[in-house]
Each structure stands twice: as structure tokens, then as C-alpha cells.
Write a protein that binds this ligand. Structure first.
Ligand SMILES: [Zn+2]
Length: 432
């Protein structure tokens, strides 16, 4: 059940000793980069004073803006000849960031993916269909390499083309898939339309659900339809990509691999470290990165560390599923709202379909939120009174949670923008 038992179940004292040693090596490497040499010098930081992982608070935080400013080579801590791969963030919010990997970096990353997938029960006898975008995005190649290391048969299907995905699953007995949750929901409607029942007509047993925040209800909905177990995965390109944290068979939080990373949760406003159990921004330090060590990186992802040991026996701490991003937060009439809150509520209401869209408008000085909600097909055959009752219920449920009364429009299944990539959740039409 363990890929590397000794490391996965190492007692905390030894794990922290390992972290301290690796942090020392990381700092030594980081000083070879233009960025950290400059920052450490400006702070007059003596890196020898950092002796344990707990001293990490003395080190500077690193932001996405720092990475952009030093684009492309300012974080590089080795010669360019040692690099074998680059990946880049999508750059949907401004200039993209780029991460370079040495052979050692790719090997360490691949091992983390293999460890993560093995943990969920995937074995060499499995057939793994990777339905993620390949290319600069890390989700495709990261899982691909990890699955090959386990020895599974890999189908590099890539994203989209729903009918072909289903055909591949049936033709080659796919047992494990990697899929974006909103796409899994979209694909379920294609299954239904084509009369294929994944429980009856495929061998699916495990799914890795990654790349976008989703609620527990949504996970259960997906699991129920497909008949597989869905495991949450977490990663970001600055920390390699997928395989940073992953769910074990307990499906209760994601183990974050602390032999590879130091984890902190900070208050995104005061930047103070928060105690275990409190929600805040996840901050991470690479411990094995050779090409581009990154210290105290502000992920902008909001989560918390789940206190206490996990029954699976692994000692690496668990983080809660990501509840939002500091920059996803919508501010409406002075209230902070995350799209995941809306999703959570919607998924609890019977009759609600697989997709929704939040539209923010400004009318005079008044901000207005409209939520377009896809509903299940059978409701559209029903009478108007029933539709109105459902609409009213959605308004009430959302209002009780976000304290703002949204407009709610019910729309037909599959009428909102399709999510072959990540779901579009918010359209903000407000102009300052
Ligand atoms: Zn566990």
C-alpha cells in the first residue's frame, strides 16, 4: 500500500530533521540565482542562521510577481546546460511564469506522482487514460511520467473530444483516469446521450480529480455517476505541477509531501503564520528542486492544515481541499464571496444540473449578481410552477449563505460555456 514506506511513514522528528538538512542545501543553491542573491543581500540575511524548518519565517516570501520580474532566467540556480524541460503557467492573469527542470527535478517530480497514484490503489496492471492537456501545462506530462513509473499502460488521450474519450475507455479497458471535475460532469451528459453506462460498460475504478477547486458534493455526484472512487489532487506549476498533495484511501484531506516541500499557512493580509487548523494562504518551499529552488512561495490558494494523524499511517500532514484563491474572491456590496461557496450550495439542491455561471454587473452604483444555473432535463418538461419553485429555492439558499440576494436564471442543460478546459465560473462586467 506504500510506494516508499520509510519516507511516507517517517516519524515527525526525523521528517523535520530531513527537512532542515534539505532546506540548508536549498538555500545554498538558491544563492546562485540572480533573484535570491539580490534579496538575501538586501536583507543582510545570513543563511547559516537558518537551522530548522521552524526558522523559515526569517526568509523572504516569493510571489508570482517576483517570478514575472525575473522572467525568464532570474531564478535559475544552475547552468542552462543542466536543464532538460520547461513548463509554463497558463498566464491567464498577465504574463506567464516559466519553470525550468533538471533531470533530477523531473525524476523527483515523477516519483511524487508515482507515490501519489500508488497510494490510491493504482498498480502496473492498470490502464491509465490521461484526459488532461499535454504541453506547457503541467497536468498532462506530470501524471503521464508518474503512471509510466508505476508501470501502468498509459493512454495519452489529452483533453476534449468526449466521444473519442468514451471509445478509448471501452476499447482498451481503461481503469484509471485523470480528469478535471467540471469536465467529468460534462462527460457524464455525453455518456447519457450515447446510451453508455460507465458502471456497466467500462472498467473505471479510480479517477484523479485535479486542476480546479470543487466541492465534496460535486465529487460524490461524479463518483455516483461513474462508479469509481475519485481522489483529489493538488499542485501548481511553480511547485512542479500535480503531485504536491494527494488524497489517500481515507479521502479526507490531501497529504502534502513534506520530504519535498515545507508547508506554511499564512494570513494573506498580515502575512503572519497561522496556527495549525486555521484557514489561510498556502505558502510552500521546494526542498529538492535543483534548477529553480523557490522559497516561501505564495500560492494564493486558500486552505488549512488538518490537525491530527491520518488513519492510513502516513505522517505527512494533510491539507483541506482548496476552498478558493485569494484572487478569485469576488467583492460584492462589501461582502467577500468565493465561487466554491455558490457551487457548494447549488450541488445540495435536487434538480440542479452540472454547470453554473456567475455574472457580476454594475447598475448605477449598485452591484448585481446573476447566477445562471443549468437544471436537469426532466425539469424542463415540467410545469412552470415547479420551475419557479426551484428558482425560488435557489435564490433563498444562496441568500442564506452569501447574504446577498442574487438573480437566478434557470437554463437548459449544456447551454452554458462548455468546460473542455477549466470551467468558466465568473464573468465580471463591472467597470470602475
Ligand atoms: Zn492518509
Amino acid at each position: 500500500m506504500y510506494w516508499e514506506k520509510e519516507i511516507e511513514t517517517m516519524d515527525r522528528a526525523n521528517l523535520e530533521k530531513m527537512q532542515a538538512a534539505r532546506l540548508g542545501e536549498t538555500l545554498a543553491r538558491a544563492t546562485r540565482s540572480v533573484h535570491y542573491r539580490k534579496v538575501f543581500k538586501a536583507m543582510k540575511l545570513d543563511t547559516d542562521r537558518i537551522r530548522t524548518a521552524a526558522d523559515i519565517g526569517m526568509l523572504p516570501l516569493t510571489t508570482k510577481e517576483d517570478l514575472r520580474e525575473q522572467w525568464p532566467y532570474g531564478f535559475l540556480a544552475c547552468s542552462r546546460d543542466e536543464l532538460i524541460r520547461m513548463h509554463s503557467s497558463s498566464g491567464t492573469t498577465g504574463r506567464a511564469t516559466v519553470i525550468f527542470h533538471t533531470g533530477g527535478d523531473i525524476a523527483a517530480w515523477t516519483n511524487l506522482l508515482a507515490r501519489s497514484m500508488y497510494m490510491t490503489g493504482m498498480r502496473r496492471s492498470d490502464v491509465f487514460q490521461n484526459m488532461m492537456t499535454y504541453g506547457l501545462f503541467t497536468g498532462g506530462l506530470g501524471f503521464h511520467y508518474g503512471a509510466e513509473k508505476i508501470g501502468a499502460l498509459v493512454i495519452p488521450a489529452g483533453a476534449g473530444n468526449s466521444k473519442r474519450q468514451i471509445q478509448l475507455m471501452r476499447d482498451f479497458d481503461t481503469s484509471v483516469i485523470h480528469i478535471i471535475p467540471s469536465y467529468a460532469l460534462h462527460l457524464s451528459t455525453v455518456f447519457t446521450e450515447t446510451g453508455v453506462d460507465p458502471r456497466r460498460d467500462t472498467r473505471l475504478k479510480i479517477a484523479f480529480l485535479g486542476a480546479e477547486p470543487h466541492s465534496e458534493k460535486m465529487r460524490r455526484k461524479i463518483e455516483e455517476f461513474y462508479g469509481f472512487k475519485g481522489f483529489n489532487s493538488y499542485g501548481l506549476s511553480e511547485m512542479n505541477g500535480p503531485g504536491v498533495a494527494f488524497e489517500c484511501p481515507e479521502q479526507n484531506g490531501m497529504h502534502i509531501w513534506e520530504d519535498n516541500y515545507i508547508v506554511e499557512i499564512i494570513d494573506p493580509v498580515t502575512l503572519k503564520r497561522l496556527p495549525e487548523g486555521e484557514e489561510g494562504e498556502l505558502v510552500m518551499t521546494t526542498l529538492l528542486r535543483e534548477g529553480m529552488p523557490i522559497i516561501r512561495y505564495r500560492t494564493k490558494d486558500l486552505t488549512r492544515i488538518i490537525p491530527g494523524p491520518c488513519p492510513c499511517g502516513r505522517t505527512h500532514r494533510r491539507i483541506e481541499r482548496i476552498t478558493g484563491r485569494t484572487d478569485d474572491m469576488m467583492i460584492l456590496k462589501g461582502v467577500n464571496i468565493f465561487p466554491i461557496q455558490i457551487e457548494k450550495k447549488l450541488m445540495e439542491i435536487p434538480g440542479v444540473g452540472t454547470n453554473f455561471l456567475i455574472i457580476l454587473d454594475r447598475e448605477g452604483y449598485n452591484d448585481q449578481m446573476t447566477v445562471k444555473v443549468e437544471i436537469e432535463r426532466e425539469f424542463f418538461g415540467g410545469d412552470l410552477q415547479q420551475l419557479e419553485a426551484l428558482r425560488h429555492r435557489i435564490v433563498e439558499e444562496l441568500r442564506s449563505d452569501i447574504l446577498i440576494t442574487p438573480r437566478v436564471d434557470l437554463v437548459e442543460p449544456d447551454s452554458l460555456p462548455k468546460s473542455e478546459g477549466k470551467a468558466v465560473r465568473v464573468v465580471d462586467n463591472r467597470k470602475d
